[in-house]
Structures are given as C-alpha cells and as structure tokens.
Design a binder for this molecule. Structure first.
Ligand SMILES: [Zn+2]
Length: 236
C-alpha cells in the first residue's frame, strides 16, 4: 500500500492540512486550500474513492473542486464517497454557496455516497474499510482502518483519546494519528498521549499528523519522527 501524505498539519500553519492519497485511487479528506496541490502534484483522474472523515473545513471544503475536476475529466466514471451521515445535504449546500449547483447532476450520475457508522465494514474493490466513531468534541468524526491484501493502515481522523483510537492502532501496522495539541482536551490528541500510544502499541508505527507548530516542535524535541508534506509512506 502506498500512502501519499498530501498534507499533515492543522489549520494554523502555512502548510497544508492533513490529507492523503492511498494507492493513487483513494483520496482521504479534502481540506481548504489543498486542491491547488492535488491538481498540480497528483493525478485526480485516478481517484475511484473518496473518504471524508468529517465536515470541518480543514477536511471538507475543497471537495467541490475535486468533484468538479473529476466530473469534467472523467466522464462516465463512478466514484464512491464514504462520509458521515448528512453528506449529500452538506454537499448540496456547499455547491450552492460557491455557485457550482450544476454539480448536483454529478451527485446523481457520478458519485455514490456510503454513510459511515461505528464498526461498519465497507468493501470497496480490493479494500476492506472499517469505520470507527471517534471523539471530536460534539462533532461526528470518523477514523478508519484500511485493509488491502492483509496489510492494514489506520487513520484516526480528528480525535481525542478514546477506545476507538486504541482499536485502530492495535490492529494496524502503521497509523496516522491526530497529534494537534500540547494540552489534553476533548477534541484532539496531545503529544503526551502520542508518546503513551507509541509505548503501548509497539507493533504499530505511529505517524503523528494534524500537527500544530507547537506540537511538531515538541514531537521533534522528543525525537519522534514526524512526516512532512509530500512524503510517501510504503506499507508492505
Ligand atoms: Zn475537526
């Protein structure tokens, strides 16, 4: 499995927010401002599946640009979008706000939405994707385990410490885990919790993501490897 780290930071940095492209064909999240890089550095015509972890702007609000590009460059293609419930209504609202309501046609013809539920397993081609409901304040946010040929990569999405982040990491060979904060809170994991997860789950290589300028500095001070925008992580 090849994972392109399109971005790995949180909103309040000059670098891109966290998103990935898996095996060239799964786009995971579409943060604000990311489309320029997706368009310039990646081949969006290869995308067959889109995963949206939740609807915060740093995960969702360039999605209409991605959908528009694919709609115009891949006529006749079918794309599956995995997202929390209410995705269709949110997309239609976004299309209206940014004056691309013609994409409602694309939503009927080209895009099929599969809604996440906790512990739901979704089979997509060669992938088995398991959804986990995470703890992200009052927002419905999902993490995922993506399995291909017996190899499992985990993605926490945005989350504070919860049982499901442990479940994802315990079953994954590598996991991309929210490391936004310095202090403990109920929306994101903090550096201290990343350290304890690394100690608890030594069989999983944890990549801290969604980092702030403060957390990335702290992680580096502690000698913890942090990914960079544009990295490619291979799982084999
Ligand atoms: Zn969020």
């Amino acid at each position: 499995m090849k994972i392109d780290v399109v971005g790995c930071m949180c909103t309040w940095t000059k670098l891109l927010s966290t998103s990935y492209i898996i095996n060239d064909e799964i786009l995971f999240d579409a943060p604000q401002g990311t489309f320029k890089t997706l368009f310039a550095d990646y081949d969006l015509t290869k995308i067959n599946y889109i995963i949206l972890s939740h609807f915060h702007s740093d995960h969702f609000t360039d999605i209409h640009l991605v959908m528009d590009y694919i709609y115009h460059h891949c006529k006749g293609k079918k794309i599956i979008i995995i997202a929390p419930k209410g995705c269709k209504e949110r997309l239609i609202s976004l299309f209206k706000i940014v004056e691309v309501s013609y994409l409602e046609e694309a939503l009927k013809d080209m895009y099929e939405i599969v809604e996440c539920e906790n512990n739901k397993i979704i089979k997509l081609g060669q992938y088995k994707i398991k959804c986990y409901k995470m703890l992200h304040g009052s927002v419905e946010s999902f993490g995922f385990k993506i399995e291909q040929n017996g190899l499992i990569a985990g993605f926490s999405g945005d989350t504070a410490m919860c049982n499901n982040v442990r479940k994802i990491i315990s079953k994954s060979k590598i996991a991309f885990v929210d490391a936004s904060n310095i202090e403990k809170n109920n929306k994101h994991l903090c550096v201290e919790e990343i350290v304890s997860l690394k100690e608890e789950f030594t069989n999983c290589k944890i990549y801290p993501v969604h980092m702030s300028i403060y957390s990335v500095e702290k992680l580096k001070e502690l000698g913890i490897h942090t990914p960079s925008q544009g990295d490619i992580v291979e799982l084999n």
